[in-house]
Write a protein that binds this ligand. Structure first.
Ligand code: AOF
Ligand code: ZN
Length: 336
């Protein structure tokens, strides 16, 4: 089949993967298109989250007998394992698909090996078409299944002089409405949100993802409180709006190991200064999203606690930096 047709189909599969609402839970976004020998699309599929059909199975169900002799174009290497659903390598073989073109190789050890399995069933298999574009659909997921720990985004909202609270402890609201609305989008995209016990006690945050009217949006991330102090049962973070985990440790690696066991792929760190610097010192922050409000305090809690840097050349510098305006605030983001 013409290379251009397959490329076109892969772009469509990527668009399908993007169109699905952020899948709740641990699974990647995946799209699949089945193309017949004449280059016509006979089935389209998308994965809608853990426990639902994989993209390939979804497309095969739509195509029915038309899958016989077709080419399956899929953004991720078909899986080879029985997890929450059966192996796609088998389903594609059973449906009589003649060729499989995938983009990203499956980095997830438990599911990998689909390409080999398909080849040994006599199917023509090619990997790597638009691999970067497809991997970009699932950056946090790819990181998590490759390294065995969640991707960590650290979000801060500070004043121009780098403070996250005034000296009387007041911290609402430093940034404006637009920046606060973005934070709720970040929460929706993540699987878990963490704060230290200090922040949980001082600010009594709810840590839920809400819309502009303050209503809870569908998927709620796991709320995680890190630290040894007790949290009173009346704390908002312990209310019924989402599940909460209190991890009685100060060790960031232990936090991530526990969350990895729960299949958390993307963690949002929301404060405070000690939790952030502990993750930073441990080398466990992957991305920083820093809102700077045009406000000056001159006193109050600094955004990052001292973690022992004494000379400029030891400072942590971000790369791939972006600077954007959000309402009256600035958002500076980058990788570590
Ligand atoms: C998906 N959707 O469309 C494809 C996936 O727990 P399971 O059984 O749903 O398997 C999840 C793994 O299967 C996932 O980590 C990935 O390696 C592979 N392929 N997963 O959720 C899909 N094709
Ligand atoms: Zn599968």
């Amino acid at each position: 089949m013409a290379e251009a047709v397959e490329r076109e189909a892969m772009l469509r599969a990527i668009a399908l993967a993007q169109s699905a609402d952020i899948p709740d839970g641990p699974n990647p976004r995946v799209g699949c298109v089945l193309v017949d020998a004449e280059g016509r699309i006979v089935g389209e599929g998308v994965h809608r989250g853990a426990g639902t059909a994989h993209a390939e199975a979804d497309a095969l169900a739509q195509a029915g007998p038309a899958a016989q002799g077709a080419t399956a174009v899929v953004t991720l290497e078909p899986c080879n394992h029985t997890g929450r659903t059966g192996p796609c390598s088998e389903a594609l073989t059973a449906a009589g698909v003649a060729r499989v073109v995938y983009a990203q190789a499956d980095p997830h050890a438990v599911a990998a090996g689909g390409a080999e399995r398909l080849r040994s069933a006599g199917i023509d298999v090619e990997g790597g078409l638009l691999a970067q574009e497809s991997a970009a659909l699932n950056e946090a997921w790819t990181h998590a299944v490759t390294t065995g720990r969640p991707f960590v985004t650290w979000k801060v909202a500070a004043t121009l002089d780098g403070r996250v609270a005034a000296s009387d402890g007041s911290s609402r609201w430093i940034t404006g409405e637009a920046a606060r609305a973005e934070v709720h989008l970040w929460r929706r995209r993540c699987d878990a949100i963490a704060v230290g016990t200090g922040t949980a006690l001082a600010d009594d945050p709810e840590l839920t993802a809400r819309d502009a009217q303050g209503a809870l949006v569908g998927h709620q991330p796991l709320r995680v409180v890190v630290g040894l102090s007790d949290i009173p049962a009346s704390a908002r973070v312990l209310d019924a709006s989402a599940p909460t985990l209190h991890l009685r440790t100060h060790d960031p690696a232990e936090v991530l190991a526990t969350l990895a066991q729960r299949e958390v792929r993307h963690l949002l760190l929301e404060g405070g200064p000690r939790l952030g610097s502990a993750f930073l010192a441990a080398g466990l922050v992957d991305e920083v999203v820093w809102y700077v409000a045009p406000m000056l305090l001159g006193a109050g809690s600094p955004a990052v606690a001292d973690w022992g840097i004494t000379t400029l050349s030891d400072g942590v510098r971000l790369r791939d930096v972006r600077v954007d305006q959000v309402g009256e605030d600035a958002r500076i983001s980058g990788r570590i």
